[in-house]
Design a protein around this ligand. Structure first.
Ligand code: NAD
Length: 451
């Protein structure tokens, strides 16, 4: 079944109909129409999958995709145009430029935590760059996956942009096929399988993976502001965000004050009982619920900790004085548990971060330019936001992606377009001035080329 889908997609791509800019623009407008005409149904699917509120569905899923579409519609002719390059003495009379061209058939494999944004943002780039694309949403958020499968063919060319649903075995069957690019979002463990499968066909990959994104809170900072911003980033979507702050590093002297501020913020955001707040989500599955509950073993719960498996509810939870050797600190949390780990100042925090894999994001809160400069200069991560969390994700002009174990490749805005294009080197000369070429033809005079 998957083999036929890929063959059909390739045959459709080979007709050349995905290439004209007018066609790409028309498909992007159709995708925009899909989102606006089905906003309520999409919201309802997200409510069933993750208990996302309508507001959060808009803010964290749909607006981002609409922004990407608007940008592509506005900039496509500029992105697709030949890009002249600097020339040297020999090429003064030559036409030298970079021509972006489509790669072919792209496979987009999405994750469940933002099931619409993580499949449709890469799709916007794939369409804009003139490719065909097979879209494989995560099976874990099944209401969203089924709705995407139902809606996409009603708006887009169904042969060029088919949706394949299913889990690991269907994805593995897809991965046995040849693609011209694989764009994967999900865990590092599966990312390795994707890269292994891609290697068999020499297919390039973009791997948008995860990891433990640390947050350093300096003693010299506005703790109330830091706590609000961290609390927002951590507990949005119940902590199931790839760039959510995974743990906080701070000096022992400010741990209690930070906790007090966070307690105040949680009360302000979600009230006395977060379970009844329309803005507080749920854990995606029983498997993840059980994993998160055992992650709290051996840790001291300072705030929250309540849970209800029948509702997949885990309260916003903060753990204090967390021992770096405990399980909570060995794997990506990906849930509403925030570990506070104490360090002795910025140098110790930098050492702590550099002793671990390069994360998808690093956050630093400080009023000291020196401290900020030091963290930026001495650490590495996919992206970084200073004095806030996650906001680098929202700016399309910034490339979004990981480094090392947190991934490879980048996207958003023009970066997606370039990622899913081949940047072809074009050197166009004429038959004139042949006498200038004499110096490179044999028989060569064996004079010195350099002084
Ligand atoms: P997931 O379980 O939905 O898996 C992602 C995709 O991989 C799905 O489409 C799934 O069908 C497929 N898959 C799962 N197991 C497979 C296997 N054995 N073989 C082939 N395909 C398989 O999502 P997940 O992996 O739980 O996602 C969570 C992870 O994704 C976290 O680590 C998170 O940090 C990361 N993430 C990263 C980004 C980013 O932009 N970098 C965004 C969201 C999530």
């Amino acid at each position: 079944m998957e083999i036929e889908v890929v063959d059909r997609t390739r045959a459709a791509y080979q007709t050349g109909r995905s290439r004209p800019l007018q066609f790409r623009l028309q498909q992007l407008r159709a995708l925009r129409r899909l989102l606006s005409e089905h906003e309520a149904t999409i919201s309802a699917a997200l409510k069933q999958d993750l208990n996302k509120s309508h507001f959060n569905a808009q803010l964290f899923e749909l607006i981002g995709v609409e922004t990407e579409i608007a940008l592509a519609l506005d900039k496509l002719s500029e992105w697709a145009a030949p890009r002249p390059v600097q020339k040297n003495l020999l090429s003064m009379l030559v036409d030298a430029y970079i021509q972006p061209e489509p790669l072919g058939v792209v496979l987009i494999i999405g994750a469940w935590n933002y099931p619409w944004a993580l499949t449709l943002k890469p799709l916007v780039g794939a369409i804009a760059a003139g490719n065909a694309a097979v879209v494989k949403p995560s099976e874990i958020t099944q209401h969203s996956a089924n709705l995407l499968k139902e809606l996409l063919p009603q708006y887009l060319d169904k042969e060029l942009y088919p949706v394949v649903t299913g889990g690991a075995s269907e994805t593995q069957e897809l991965l046995r096929q040849r693609f011209d690019h694989i764009f994967y979002t999900g865990s590092s463990a599966v990312g390795k399988l994707v890269m292994e499968a891609a290697a068999r066909h020499l297919s390039p990959v973009t791997l948008e993976l995860g990891g433990k994104s640390p947050c350093y809170v300096d003693k010299d900072c506005d703790l109330a502001v830091a706590s609000r911003r961290i609390t927002w980033g951590k507990f949005t979507n119940c902590g199931q965000t790839c760039i959510a702050p995974d743990y906080v590093l701070c000096e022992p002297a400010i741990q209690d004050r930070l906790l007090q501020e966070m307690q105040r913020t949680l009360q302000e955001f979600y009230g006395d009982d977060p379970r009844t707040s329309p803005d507080y989500g749920r854990i995606v599955s029983e498997r993840h619920f059980d994993r998160l509950i055992t992650l709290m073993d051996d840790c001291s719960v300072a705030l929250g900790g309540q849970s209800d498996r029948s509702e997949l509810y885990i309260a916003p939870t903060i753990l204090r004085d967390v021992d770096p050797s405990c399980r909570l600190m060995q794997e990506e949390v990906f849930g509403p548990l925030l570990a506070l780990v104490t360090v002795n100042g910025v140098d110790d925090a930098i050492r702590f971060m550099n002793d671990r894999e390069k994360p998808l994001a690093i956050y630093v809160f400080s009023s000291s330019k020196k401290v900020i400069k030091k963290v930026l200069a001495e650490t590495s991560s996919g992206g970084v936001t200073v004095n806030d969390v996650m906001m680098h994700y929202t700016l399309s002009s910034l490339p979004f992606g990981g480094v090392g174990q947190s991934g490879m490749g980048r996207y958003h805005g023009r970066h997606t377009y370039d990622q899913l294009s081949h940047l072809r080197a074009c050197y166009v000369t004429s038959p004139a001035l042949e006498s200038f070429n004499k110096a490179r033809y044999p028989p060569l005079s064996h004079g010195r080329l350099r002084k």
